[in-house]
Design a protein around this ligand. Structure first.
Ligand SMILES: NC(=O)c1ccc[n+]([C@@H]2O[C@H](COP(=O)([O-])OP(=O)(O)OC[C@H]3O[C@@H](n4cnc5c(N)ncnc54)[C@H](OP(=O)(O)O)[C@@H]3O)[C@@H](O)[C@H]2O)c1
Length: 304
């Protein structure tokens, strides 16, 4: 299969590229800055272009079978008006131009499936309520971004393209993402729960995310939103204790007060202080078998 990935050079995209290449697929990675193909696995190549604007890159998607849309500027930054605009545009405008590119492709060469990214931030803050794909969108900044991001991807259904919006939980992996930011503190024995610590932490192991993408490719009946999270959700305190245990460290005896995080990080602290209790209902119903449904086993696999 020929796969075209936007944002394929990042943490999730690199892992997916490895997995897809190992399964014998040809992968084209759209990147804004020209990069050497020599670091890529066999069968993978970079295509240079900026998905924030229309351009020749749009012609490169014709002839691929599958599009995976991961592009997006990091949300781990101070949410100034300028950075919020970048977070929005790098997801919504890029997806808009990607779907325009699908429209421009000759029908016989048009990719038939779009697996687009979204995030469990779609739901906003619901406390302890269990959230399924049926739960409506929230109304905070990330929820509004996710709703519009999915809306742009869904436009491709009008072209006869199958669209799945993968609502990622927090991806745990060895080469980046949230864990790489948390581990240094824990290694110094400074890991402690954030705020009251009862907020939910919807996580997914990177190997399961790759497994879910393969499963979705092989399950053409699945369309629309899909919660990509482990079935056993934990709280921030559970995560803190599991990480400390895995590293052989003690949990720092004081929670980090919410007001400190709010002063240091501003509005972005809401990512750490609020969480979603998300259930992977569609994947469970479709029979996806998680490799890592237990957090301790997942951390053991990643850290060791
Ligand atoms: N990691 C998680 O826990 C998590 C959770 C929920 C949702 N997600 C979503 O999943 C996607 C991939 O996440 P990731 O962790 O792999 O992110 P990442 O490591 O930051 O990679 C993001 C990719 O997007 C591209 N990108 C960055 N800024 C951009 C901009 N301003 N305009 C267009 N493209 C830009 C980059 O490609 P080039 O620099 O090569 O162009 C990069 O490879 C993101 O959309 C993210 O919001 C991730």
């Amino acid at each position: 299969m020929k796969v075209f990935i936007t944002g394929g050079s990042g943490f999730v995209g690199s892992n997916l590229t490895q997995d897809l290449s190992a399964k014998g697929h040809q992968v084209s990675i759209l990147t804004r800055r020209a990069k050497s193909n020599s670091n890529l696995p066999n069968g993978a190549v970079y295509v240079t272009g900026d998905p924030n604007a229309p351009g020749p890159w749009q012609q490169a998607i014709a002839g691929h079978d599958l599009i995976i849309n991961l592009a997006g500027a990091s949300i781990f930054t101070r949410w100034s008006a300028e950075n919020k605009q970048k977070i929005r545009d790098s997801r919504i405008n890029t997806t808009h131009h990607l779907v325009d590119a699908l429209d421009m492709a000759p029908p016989e060469k048009r990719p038939q499936t779009l697996l687009s990214t979204s995030a469990v931030g779609y739901y906003g803050d619901h406390g302890d309520e269990i959230l399924t794909e049926e739960t409506p969108a929230g109304d905070d900044f990330l929820a509004r971004v996710a709703l519009a991001w999915e809306g742009e991807a869904e436009r491709a259904t009008n072209l006869g393209v199958r669209v799945v919006c993968c609502r990622f939980g927090i991806v745990l992996g060895s080469k980046g993402g949230a864990l790489s930011k948390m581990l240094p503190l824990f290694k110094f024995g400074l890991g402690s729960p954030l705020g009251h610590g009862r907020q939910w932490f919807p996580w997914i192991h990177e190997k399961d995310l790759a497994g879910i993408f393969s499963f979705l490719v092989e399950s053409p009946e699945i369309v629309g939103p899909v919660n990509c999270v482990s079935p056993n959700q934990v709280t921030n305190t559970d995560l803190t204790q599991a990480l400390a245990l895995e590293l052989g460290k003690k949990v720092f005896p004081l929670n980090v007060p919410a007001f400190v995080l709010k002063i240091v990080m501003g509005e972005m602290s809401s990512i750490l202080l609020k969480g979603q209790r998300v259930a992977p209902n569609k994947l469970n119903k479709a029979g996806y078998q998680f490799t890592f449904s237990d957090l301790n086993a997942a951390l053991q696999d990643i850290i060791r």
